[in-house]
Design a protein around this ligand. Structure first.
Ligand code: ADP
Length: 402
């Protein structure tokens, strides 16, 4: 069974193809047989398509920044040239799409029909750089692969279980009724990591209290009780919560009012300031990439040091928030770019919770652990590093719906 996964970013398009047995699903994620990515940030007005398959890696320059054309060219590499893995696109059985915003409408992966498309369209104001890209992807596949079923896997789906006291904001109730509420994001990753954590701990997921920390450029924490999301740090948009690479995370909302009134900022400028010029990048005035910040600290840069210390402080505060919602903790999971690769972030964050009996094995922590428990044997809380597999989780959802 051939499952194609499409993952649209604001200025990128990733995709991969899995070839899975039709009768049983592998327990561990297999490698995709073909992987591709278009990056529209490298060359002005053009895309760079990178394709990996059959042990070959190809780079192809795309003439423009049209997503539909880009996807067509990308999928053509499945059936032609050195990266060919299919005789024809008709061999694809299902296409799974990562969709950032599904509102509260969808708590499960869902077969795409006109109604689902209309919902994704309706939610564009809440995910302006992602939902239009998802629709373009869905429509391109409709054109290219006429009757192939398409499945939407929503980032928000896992969080539809968050109870009203955690989901609603303390604003006039009518606004909550109109949809201004916490939706949460990175749901596919949080869900996958919670399931993987239960597997690694060899305990049933419905007996565990887990906090999953998805820490990449964007970052969010989720409190998961018995397999269900009960609280998360991202909210109405992916701006709330932790300090991130270039996003501020939570700040006093009156700062926005001040900037509008006293400094003449408009909505677009505020959006840019908080989403693109804040976080590690804004404080360090250097980079959103933690590796560069850590290097600068080694060289004695005080602003980089402040940025890192703030990053850890906000991480610990948000973790405290999730702990309070859970009322206990069996496992703390680190995942995504920073969570999987930065021993120092894991060490500093865990240090703040030593009073709970959480003890990190510093040697294991330093050895680039993957899918491992890195707590000491006598730690009262297990600490896991898990490699997130969002594309695989999407393929799994498609396989389950076949
Ligand atoms: P995205 O949110 O864009 O999917 P990723 O999950 O790929 O991001 O994470 C990217 C970030 O991970 C980079 O910006 C970088 O700061 C961080 N990162 C990757 N490797 C390391 C490392 N070895 N040490 C510290 N940070 C790292």
């Amino acid at each position: 069974m051939k499952i194609l996964v499409l993952n649209a970013g604001s200025s990128s398009q990733k995709s991969c193809l899995y070839d899975l047995p039709a009768d049983n699903l592998p327990t561990n994620p297999p490698e995709p047989i073909w992987e591709a990515m278009i990056d529209w940030t490298v060359l002005a007005g053009k895309g760079v398509l990178t394709v990996k398959a059959n042990g070959v890696k190809q780079k192809i320059e795309l003439a423009n920044s049209d997503r539909r054309l880009g996807i067509s060219q990308m999928l053509n590499t499945l059936q032609t040239g050195e990266t060919q893995v299919l005789n024809s696109l008709a061999e694809i059985d299902i296409v799974g799409h990562r969709v950032v915003h599904g509102g509260t409408n969808y708590s499960q992966a869902t077969l795409i029909n006109d109604e689902v498309k209309a919902t994704i369209q309706k939610l564009i104001p809440l995910a302006p750089s992602h939902n239009p890209a998802h629709l373009e992807g869905i429509e391109t596949i409709e054109d290219l692969l006429k009757n192939t079923p398409q499945i939407a896997v929503f980032d928000t789906a896992f969080h539809t279980t968050i109870p009203p006291e955690a989901a609603f904001y303390p604003i006039p109730y009518e606004w909550s009724k109109k949809g201004i509420r916490r939706y949460g994001f990175h749901g596919t990753s949080h869900k996958y990591c919670a399931q993987k954590a239960a597997q690694l701990l060899d305990k049933p997921l419905d007996s565990l209290k887990i906090i999953t920390c998805h820490i990449g450029n964007g970052a969010s924490l989720t409190a998961i009780k018995n397999g269900i999301s009960i609280d998360t740090t991202m909210g109405f948009t992916p701006l709330e919560g932790l300090m991130m690479g270039e996003r501020s995370g939570s700040i006093d909302p009156a700062i926005l009012i001040y900037l509008m009134r006293e400094q003449g900022f408009n909505a677009d400028q505020l959006n840019h300031l908080l989403n693109k010029e804040s976080g590690l990048k804004g404080v360090s005035q250097m980079s959103a990439d933690l590796r560069i910040i850590l290097q600068a600290i080694q060289e004695g840069n005080e602003q980089a040091k402040l940025a890192f210390e703030m990053y850890i402080h906000h991480f610990r505060s948000c973790l405290g928030q999730m702990l309070a919602s859970l009322g206990g903790l069996d496992g703390l999971v680190f995942t995504a770019g920073v969570g999987e690769n930065s021993a120092i972030v894991r060490e500093k964050v865990c240090e703040g919770f030593a009073f709970l009996g959480l003890k990190l094995d510093l040697q294991k922590n330093a050895q680039s652990p993957v899918n491992q428990d890195i707590a000491t044997t006598d730690s009262l809380i297990r600490v896991l590093v898990i490699h997130t597999e969002e594309d695989w989780a999407i393929a799994e959802e498609c396989w389950n719906l076949k």
